[in-house]
Ligand binder design. Structure first.
Ligand code: CA
Length: 251
């Protein structure tokens, strides 16, 4: 458990997005950090992005948001600029000074042209004006995550294995194969970072969320099931264990 930074946070936002049994219909490993102090808007975004297959942790202050980036590997940050403790622009500056390349999408008021310019100048990647349609936010996040250097497309490939991130289907040699949601979650993360080491912690975070009480062996058990599954379905890639470090998908 690493919930220390959540003190004072209206935990329902976070918990509603991660409690077991409340997973979205599509099990997804794209993790988004939302820093937004407006309760109802935050809840709407958490639920809205859930429908599009994103897992969202919502936090209400700049400090909470910055702390969260230290403890969790997120795929993108959605950042409100008007926060109660610090200016959202400071969050962007701080992350960029720490060389954190997390894609950042800022949320601004319709008349906030100066905010948008300042945000982009400080290193934000995109912006959206409030109010916005949830499908536009989802599309912009997908676009951000597709940029060079980021591994996100409709289809991930590794050897003869294809994973369609929209349909959530695993295909081997053109044939859709059965695989459980949790296995898909782990496989997606490994495929997105194919050839790189994925830490056990990152897998735990992604699969079980910040508040999950994870059995210490859960990831090992899951990876061993996934290995067996890859073997059964005739995939020609394999998962290597780097003891004490993490896991690596290799063709
Ligand atoms: Ca605000």
């Amino acid at each position: 458990m690493h919930l220390g930074f959540l003190s004072g946070f209206k935990a329902k936002h976070l918990l509603s997005s991660v409690l077991p049994g409340q997973y979205p219909r599509l099990f997804c490993t794209m993790r988004i950090l939302l820093v937004e102090d407006h309760d109802r808007l935050a809840q709407t975004i958490v639920e809205g992005l859930d429908e599009f297959g994103f897992r969202v942790d919502a936090l209400p202050t700049a400090e909470d948001g910055i702390s969260a980036t230290r403890s969790t590997e997120y795929d993108a940050l959605v950042l409100d600029l008007g926060l109660p403790d610090r200016d959202g622009l400071d969050v962007i500056s701080e992350l960029r000074q720490r060389n954190i390349e997390l894609p950042i999408l800022i949320l601004t008021a319709r008349d906030g042209v100066d905010d948008r310019v300042a945000g982009l100048d400080r290193g934000a990647d995109d912006y959206l004006m409030k109010p916005f349609a949830m499908k536009e936010l989802a599309a912009r996040l997908r676009a951000l995550l597709r940029r060079p250097g980021r591994v996100l497309g409709a289809t991930l490939e590794s050897g003869n294995l294809r994973f369609n991130t929209v349909l959530r289907q695993v295909v081997v040699d053109g044939r859709v194969v059965p695989i459980s949601r949790r296995e898909i979650g782990a496989l997606e993360l490994l495929m997105r970072r194919a050839g790189q080491v994925v830490s056990r912690r990152a897998l735990e975070d992604t699969l079980y969320g910040l508040s999950g009480d994870v059995n210490p062996n859960a990831v090992e058990v899951l990876i061993s099931r996934l290995r067996k599954r890859l073997d059964e379905i005739g995939a020609d890639c394999s998962i290597r264990t780097l003891r004490g470090i993490g896991y690596l998908l290799k063709e």
